[in-house]
Design a protein around this ligand. Structure first.
Ligand code: SAH
Ligand code: SF4
Ligand code: F3S
Length: 473
């Protein structure tokens, strides 16, 4: 292992700590080599957002260096790791269900190790519940101590005892962790961690700590490395990328985008998520000018009603949001805009929901992620009066879904007979491939599996509903 490649970085976990963890990695490797005839197998599953997926790739990097290989089946594994999400109750229920399902597997394979980490585990109440009711779990660790995973593994293997480490810092930046990327052509590159916005419904600031940006040097080094390795799509990640660098003023997000755009190579840059309150005209101008930046803006609106937006603590109005959309479309006529919407925020009336419908109809999103409000312990909205029934919220949700389906069909139809450059990302089998347009719309077409990972020009031949079909030209 080459320690010389790990450099100490601004605001990062100290170099000595990362080095110590690399030493634990080697120790675990020795233990693993002596215990297993063949390389042990790890099943790793990540829930939640792309930021969590990026963490998962670092966790896999650490496991790989500890001597593990990966399997797609928990039944076949020597170690199962769930990297969890806490954003909605449903996400947490799924994790509890899947962890529960490991109990009979562990009864058959007593040597199976079970590790839980990620946002859910950063909540004390969840960690306590695991400790009390899921005693077959071996390691639980929170988001702030992820870089110490090798140390936890060493403790578990050497003492046989359970490890519970949540960590209560405001958050750190851990540079120099190994990464095992899931794809060979799409790379996730975190540029910042945490969130300071405290939208009233959201658990993220509580489980991810304060907003902090990686140094531009660390980001650029990682980007250069993935470009050199042949990656074609680079997605810059943060809960609010528009406030990148704000705390230290070293470089803002627009400048970072320009620097990456200027690097040599045939690749596409994406980013998420943009908070409308911090999405400036300058950023939109930058997007428009930078050829390698995909003309796709994920700009979560959450609601189309000013009172609800204020209750959500979002710091923009419907009009300000629509202004931004108009400006962006003026600068980039082909721009695809997507969004997140919460239906049934506490106290949302029928007419306030109608404002969301009318905004959605005005913006014409290419796609929407819609969620029914889920109260999260500790957040301000969880304490608000919520007189609207779940059945009513489901009704509203369906209305929104129908409207979006109509808009998606219209957008898809307008793409027929036009040519789009897509990155082919999936071999669907039986001679069918699929890929995404710059605007992040999926297109299916016939072709050789060799095309996966390549940019192709595709003529859209059919647009049945929002299903796009095309052919390579
Ligand atoms: N940082 C991003 C969003 C992260 S969470 C942003 O500000 O846009 C992803 C989405 O989950 C949010 O945009 C929101 O629509 C949804 N979400 C978050 N908390 C939720 C809750 N308590 N109930 C329902 N949906 C929620
Ligand atoms: Fe949550 Fe708001 Fe932060 Fe997004 S900006 S992560 S919705 S608190
Ligand atoms: Fe979920 Fe944590 Fe992301 S709560 S949405 S995995 S930051």
């Amino acid at each position: 292992m080459d320690f010389s490649v790990i450099k100490e970085s601004v605001g990062a976990v100290p170099f000595d700590e990362i080095k110590k963890q690399r030493e634990y990695t080697l120790l675990v490797r020795t233990v693993v080599d002596s215990r297993f005839k063949n390389s042990p197998k790890a099943y790793v599953h990540t829930y939640g957002c792309q930021g969590n997926v990026a963490d998962g790739e670092r966790i896999k990097g650490m496991l790989r260096e500890m001597g593990f290989v990966f399997t797609d089946s928990p039944k076949d594994a020597d170690l199962v790791l769930y990297n969890t999400c806490a954003v909605r109750e449903h996400a947490e229920d799924r994790v509890f269900g899947n962890v529960g399902a490991l109990k009979p597997i562990k009864e058959i394979n007593r040597d199976l190790k079970i590790v839980l980490c990620g946002c859910m585990m950063q909540q004390k109440k969840v960690a306590d519940k695991i400790r009390m009711s899921y005693s077959f779990v071996d390691i639980v660790f929170g988001t702030h101590v992820m870089h110490r995973f090798p140390e936890f593994m060493y403790r578990m293997y050497c003492t046989g005892k359970k490890v519970f480490e949540i960590g209560d810092s405001a958050g750190v930046i851990a540079e120099g962790l190994p990464v095992s990327r899931d794809s060979s052509f799409k790379a996730w590159v975190p540029i910042m961690y945490g969130c300071n916005n405290f939208c009233s419904y959201c658990i993220v600031p509580y489980v991810r700590g304060r907003e902090r940006s990686r140094s531009s040097k660390d980001v650029l080094d990682e980007v250069k490395e993935v470009i050199k390795s042949g990656y074609k799509e680079i997605t810059l990640l943060g809960q609010n990328v528009n406030s990148y660098g704000k705390a230290d003023g070293e470089m803002d997000f627009a400048s970072l985008l320009r620097e990456i755009n200027d690097l040599d190579g045939d690749f596409m840059i994406r980013f998420m998520t943009s908070h409308p309150k911090d999405c400036t005209r300058e950023l939109i101008d930058t997007m428009a000018e930078c050829k390698k930046v995909a003309k796709h803006l994920h700009l979560p609106v959450q609601s189309g009603n000013d009172r609800i937006l204020q209750e959500m603590n979002r710091h923009y109005t419907r009009e300000k949001y629509l202004d931004l959309v108009r400006y962006a479309r003026e600068k980039m006529p082909s721009l695809s805009i997507t969004s997140d919407i919460i239906v049934g925020f506490p106290g949302e009336t029928d007419s306030e929901f109608d404002d969301t419908l009318s905004l959605v109809d005005e913006v014409k999103y290419t796609s929407l992620f819609m969620f029914i409000f889920s109260p999260r312990d500790g957040t301000a909205a969880a304490k608000m009066d919520d007189p609207v029934s779940h059945a009513e919220k489901v009704k509203r949700f369906k209305k929104l879904e129908e409207l979006q389906a109509k808009n998606s069909i219209e957008i898809a139809s307008s793409m027929k007979d036009k040519v789009y450059r897509i990155l082919c990302d999936t071999d669907c089998g039986k001679g069918l491939l699929s890929g995404k347009t710059e605007g992040n719309m999926t297109v299916t077409f016939e072709g050789d599996p060799d095309n996966v990972g390549k940019f192709l020009n595709i003529l859209i031949t059919e647009s049945n509903s929002w299903n796009l079909k095309g052919k390579i030209i």
